[in-house]
Design a protein around this ligand. Sequence first.
Ligand SMILES: [Zn+2]
Length: 264
Amino acid sequence: MYRFIVFILSLMLFAGCDQTPTGRDQLALMPDTMMADFGRQTFLQMQQQTPVSDDEAANQEVQCVATQILAHLANRFPGNALPQRWEIVVFADPSPNAFALPGGKIGVNEGLLAVAASDDQLAAVIGHEVGHVLARHSNERLTQQLGIRTVLFLVGMFSEGDADSERIIQALGMGAQLGIALPFSRAHEEEADLMGLELMASAGFDPRESVQLWKNMAATGSGQLPEFLSTHPNPGSRIGALEEKMQVALPLYQKATPAECEPQ
Ligand SMILES: [Zn+2]
């Protein structure tokens, strides 16, 4: 028990120092290995529920844009722990949506490609989703949802080897979704937007196209709520924030080699 308490105290000390890549203070206490397990299980479930796209052009475009963005991650946001492996999957789903799960799992629906009219616009979406992963938003949200006491109890079980993530999920009786596929808060959306903007620009995608993407999204007016619009009642504020950040993003873009993802 004593060991457990010391462990908790040291954890809380460390937690106080946690910052996201944009410098925002963050309380995200779940072990990242456990979060990656949750992400992997949820992603598998999603692939059982929704077929993966066999549209070759769509797959090629998404993989190409994602590869270029991921290649610039370590340079743009150095010193951040990166997932061991990224996995980006296109789903045969007509709703214009995309999502990110901890552990580097990203889903893009076919329907999104009808709204993201160019590689630059698609890069804005993928950059945004990568931003959620890198800033550990799922971890932060789950820490808030469960409360610090529950989280620390789980962390203790996990680190002492008493339970693996699957048993913890069962014990919580929450199913593998565990709320990690829920919409993010507005603060998380804005942070992901700004990280995505810098990422796309460093990878050679025109950051100004992000503004056009959100305009396209707002114009679809489909009753569906995409992950990245769900907590933004006002697309204008999102566009305003992006335009403000453009003076940082544009020079990055001008220095970068223009990205190429032409269909073959
Ligand atoms: Zn988002």
